[in-house]
Design a binder for this molecule. Structure first.
Ligand code: IMP
Length: 430
């Protein structure tokens, strides 16, 4: 019996992790975010009602589930409080159930200013970040000049560190990025004004997780973004600034790796990417428009249109290798309904070589030409199907081929955004 399950995106994010986490909270007693920040966005549909979560773990929608934000997450206090207000306005009790590590790095207004000014300076070479300050906040953490959630409790200490950090960033903003510097007093006043509401949530998250595990409670570790956006293993430099692979769950949450029993890799039945960077199977034709329109492929955080393409087996193979995926969850199968032919990229041509694994770095990926296999599509709707046997035969064959190429078993197939629209082949906790 797997007790603790890590859920990760296996592509470039937006695979539908939120719904899967929500579905699994029938069994789990705690949900933990371990990396990323409010660049992530999960749109959940519960009983027909839409709810977007950016920082709060998806388990918050279940009364009896505790939610944790680990030390590896970068937290904008303003964004977190706004999200709590939205969720509480929808009638969901957050306070008392959301525990925020006192060692998480803060995203402050100068991180946002730096992120946006740098992107503007990069011009056509921009990464296409979400502009939320994620990269600059992680830089401060690595440079050991970050302000952390626990620093909100000590105004004098907060102010002293802020002055030191902001002196550097204001120099960069003014003299390198040609942008407006920020006023330290204003940043301190605005941020410390939020401290009173943040303080009750601060916790020793690793100790709470250890206590929960000692009680035998199953936990879910909810990844943000996707493995191909991982800062070390993804299509660098077109990546986010954290490790998004399953191994990061242990480091970012503060548990030992032996506490992670299974890894669920979420994969869309096709591929999307938002922001810049190489994307071998990207489509610029009618099919690409079909995927974007039917799949409603617009970012849940920034509203940007997502780039769309066919399923990419070499990219998934890399992801499975990086994450040690024990089971796959295929999402958005229904978006392929009605296409006369469906294609799967089985390999890349890279110069004179054929590759069955995504290479490292953006330049190498940019030179990959997809090799496709075609399969007949299906005209029947798969929306809301709950039994494998009720899927059209060609949809079953497509999924079987996908799993064969991935060399990983399918645990679940998601056939719609609602909790119940799920086919269970192997229960992830089994
Ligand atoms: P950042 O994380 O805002 O620095 O953005 C870096 C890259 O990661 C950009 O291409 C973003 O579009 C992408 N990205 C960040 N978060 C997400 C996400 O949750 N889903 C999909 N792409 C993301």
């Amino acid at each position: 019996m797997a007790k603790n399950v890590v859920i990760v995106g296996t592509q470039w994010g937006d695979e539908g992790k939120g719904k899967v986490v929500d579905w699994l909270t029938d069994t789990a007693r705690g949900v933990v975010r371990f990396q990323g920040g409010h660049n992530a966005g999960h749109t959940l549909v519960i009983g027909g009602r839409k709810q977007v979560l950016r920082l709060i773990p998806s388990g918050i929608l279940r009364d009896d589930v505790h939610c944790y934000i680990g030390s590896g997450v970068v937290v904008s206090p303003a964004a977190l409080l706004q999200e709590i207000d939205e969720v509480e306005a929808a009638g969901i009790q957050v306070r008392g159930r959301l525990h925020l590590s006192e060692a998480a790095t803060l995203i402050l207004p100068y991180h946002v200013a730096l992120d946006q000014a740098r992107e503007a300076k990069r011009g056509t070479g921009a990464i296409g970040t979400t502009g939320r300050g994620i990269g600059p906040a992680y830089e401060d953490r690595a440079a050991r000049r970050a302000l952390r959630t626990g620093d909100l409790l000590d105004a004098a200490r907060f102010r002293a560190q802020l002055d030191e950090t902001l002196e550097l960033h204001n120099f960069t903003l003014k003299h390198f990025l040609n942008a407006q510097p920020l006023d330290a007093q204003r940043v301190a006043d605005d941020t410390l004004a939020l401290a009173e509401r943040i303080a009750p949530m601060l916790a020793d998250v690793p100790s709470m997780l250890a206590a929960s595990m000692a009680r035998g409670e199953p936990l879910l570790f909810e990844g943000a973004q996707g493995a191909l956006l991982d800062v070390d293993h993804g299509t660098y430099p077109f990546v986010t600034s954290s490790n998004c692979v399953a191994g990061a769950a242990a480091a970012g949450a503060g548990v030992g790796p032996q506490a992670l029993h299974a890894v669920l890799g979420i994969v869309k039945a096709y591929t999307t990417r938002v922001g810049a960077g190489p994307f071998p199977t990207e489509l610029h034709d009618e099919v690409g428009r079909h995927l974007a329109t039917v799949g409603k492929e617009f970012g849940s955080v920034t509203g940007r249109p997502r780039r769309c393409g066919w399923f990419d087996a070499p990219a998934l193979a890399r992801s499975i290798q990086l994450n040690g995926v024990s089971g796959l969850v295929v999402t958005k199968l229904d978006v392929l309904d009605g296409l006369p032919v469906v294609k799967l990229c089985t390999a890349y041509r890279h110069g004179a070589r054929t590759l069955d694994m995504l290479p490292f770095g953006a330049d190498a990926v940019a030179h990959c030409e997809p090799v496709y296999e075609e399969m007949p599509g299906w005209s029947e709707s798969t929306v809301g199907v709950r039994d494998w046997s009720a899927l059209p035969v060609n949809a079953q064959r497509y999924l079987e081929r996908l799993a064969e190429l991935a060399r990983a078993p399918i645990s679940l197939v998601s056939t719609g955004p609602d909790r119940d629209e799920t086919i269970v082949l192997r229960h992830p906790f089994a």
